[in-house]
Design a protein around this ligand. Structure first.
Ligand code: PGA
Length: 235
């Protein structure tokens, strides 16, 4: 069964939560990870929880941040790291991402590590080089045991929130590329998910990609009827 990871970003308001959660409770969500913003963590406590971000620094004295041990206290099992929105808008570096991943692993939280190329890099046929670089910057600094715990999310930047889903054959090719790279260089088997403009229509075709372990869904997880449809189709 494939994982469905809901990246709610800042998309849900408090007033929408009751209806959303009621509808979610009516379906089998054993394969679903909900990543609410931290204010809504408690409301989603009956589901498998993921966080959208974590502090990677050693101190507890950073205003506005949340630590991995605090996430663990709230029974958070997964956390998104390296999302392109954070890399681009908050200038998160590979070093920041590595620190976050180490903190999460120390608290037994599974990192959902996002990688992906820009439109320009895709046009210049640089995708595989970019992905390899993003992976090696992190994985060269982790043990094999830790690498095995990480979920890699392939999210082409041009596909996020654009309505342009990456084509089936490319996702399949890139999933196999990532898995063989990690197997060859790090002797580890990792799970790979795809994210970028997934919706209740294109999910059916994407589900046919055998090597892929799941999906990271942004915008389409905010409309509960569409999201329930995606959850049911992916069973
Ligand atoms: P999207 O977002 O589904 O709205 O493209 C995916 C993501 O940002 O993880």
């Amino acid at each position: 069964m494939k994982l469905i990871i809901a990246n709610q970003k800042m998309g849900l308001e408090k007033s929408n939560l009751e209806k959303y959660i009621e509808s979610l409770k009516k379906v089998d969500t054993s394969h679903v990870i909900i990543c609410p913003n931290n204010l809504h963590m408690e409301a989603f406590k009956d589901f498998t929880l993921g966080a959208q971000n974590v502090c990677g620094l050693d101190t507890k004295e950073i205003t506005g941040e949340v630590s991995s041990s605090q996430l663990a206290d709230y029974n958070v099992k997964y956390c998104i790291v390296g999302h392109s929105e954070r890399r681009q808008k908050y200038n998160e570096t590979d070093e920041d991402i590595l620190n976050k991943i180490k903190k999460l692993l120390a608290n037994k939280i599974i990192p959902i590590f996002c990688i992906g190329e820009t439109h320009e890099e895709k046009e210049r046929e640089k995708t595989l080089i970019i992905l390899e670089k993003q992976i090696s910057k992190i994985f060269n600094n982790l043990s094999i045991a830790d690498i095995k715990k990480i979920v890699i999310a392939y999210e082409p930047i041009w596909a996020i929130g654009s309505g342009l889903v990456c084509d089936y054959k490319t996702i399949e090719k890139i999933t196999i590329f990532i898995k063989s790279l990690v197997a060859n260089y790090y002797e580890a088997k990792v799970n790979v998910v795809y994210g970028g403009s997934i919706n209740d229509k294109n999910i059916e075709k994407l589900l046919e990609i055998e090597d892929l372990d799941g999906f990271l869904v942004g915008k389409s997880c905010l409309d509960i009827d569409k999201f329930v449809d995606i959850i049911k189709k992916s069973r």
